[in-house]
Design a protein around this ligand. Structure first.
Ligand SMILES: [Zn+2]
Length: 301
């Protein structure tokens, strides 16, 4: 009984944000898309590259796929030679192997110079030789942490991915040629990882608005010139989000709160029924492939 009271008192003395982190997290949490993953990578690079992994502590291996039991044994003692990103996968280069991390729907990877007590949903700690701890937190556990041989390019998760949106290979000719036999809506094509990676729902909506293309337009009915414009707007939209993410980099280190995921001022995403920022026509919403699709009926043809 005494213990119970003491616990309650201790909780009552804590600030609200710490007492109820889950409720707050759920309200504010946005699924990490390519810009958030890239922001995480840029935040971690200066802390981890060149450091040696001391231990990996797996508290709960039940992610989207089980965390391999030998992950710690394979990784311990290895130097992190680089930290790359492919699509939404973070790839820690460890000499003859790669540690792959995916943040799933609700995952985050934060660095702590001194690890605080574990919270609920903290599943994995990667401890470096300088004492820095990378902590993987994921309430819904749709993320992944896997060991891939060598660079992992042959692994089933990576082998069939399309080009990165910032690759030179993703240009007007490529998009035109690869959509000539696709009668499906351009928005669905854009979100297909085999065509181009990392264009999630939000960024597909936004770049189609910026390119003036109606999301339901069959991909093979769009001219090469308009697809060229779309390529540019996909890149610009993602670059804007990554630039915005840069202002939140400090949130990835020694911060007790949720990751500093950020929001652009969207043109159409989540704005149905409100006036278009360009022409004042009401933004419309329909579902395509199960995902909310917003567009301006006047600006997008
Ligand atoms: Zn408009």
């Amino acid at each position: 009984m005494l213990g119970y009271i003491r616990r309650r008192n201790k909780q009552a003395a804590r600030p609200r944000a710490v007492t109820f982190p889950e409720a707050g997290a759920r309200r504010s949490q946005k699924m990490p898309e390519l810009p958030e993953v890239e922001t995480t990578r840029r935040g971690l690079v200066p802390l981890v590259v060149g450091r040696r992994i001391a231990t990996i502590d797996v508290y709960d291996p039940r992610l989207r796929w089980p965390v391999p039991a030998d992950l710690g044994a394979r990784s311990a003692g290895r130097v992190i030679e680089g930290l790359d990103r492919r699509s939404k996968y973070l790839l820690f280069r460890l000499g003859h192997g790669t540690l792959l991390v995916h943040l799933g729907m609700t995952g985050s990877l934060r660095a702590f110079s001194q690890a605080p007590p574990r919270r609920r949903h903290d599943h994995v700690d990667i401890v470096l030789d300088n004492g820095v701890t990378l902590r993987y937190h994921d309430p819904r556990r749709f993320g992944a942490m896997l060991w891939l041989p060598e660079s992992g390019t042959a692994h089933r998760l990576l082998a069939r991915l399309g080009p990165e949106p910032f690759d030179a290979a993703f240009d007007a000719s490529y998009l035109w040629q690869s959509t000539r036999r696709r009668g499906a809506a351009i928005k669905l094509a854009l979100m297909d990882n085999h065509l181009v990676v990392g264009v999630g729902n939000i960024y597909a909506n936004e770049s189609l608005f910026r390119a003036g293309i109606r999301p339901s337009t069959p991909a093979n009915r769009i001219s090469r010139q308009r697809l060229g414009r779309l390529v540019g707007e996909v890149q610009a939209t993602l670059a804007d989000a990554i630039a915005k993410g840069g202002s939140t980099l400090r949130d990835y280190v020694d911060s007790a709160g949720e990751p500093g995921y950020f929001q652009l001022d969207y043109f159409v995403y989540g704005r149905e029924g409100t006036p278009c920022r360009v022409c004042r026509t009401a933004i419309r919403m329909r579902r395509m492939g199960g995902r909310a699709t917003s567009y301006c009926p006047r600006c997008q043809r």
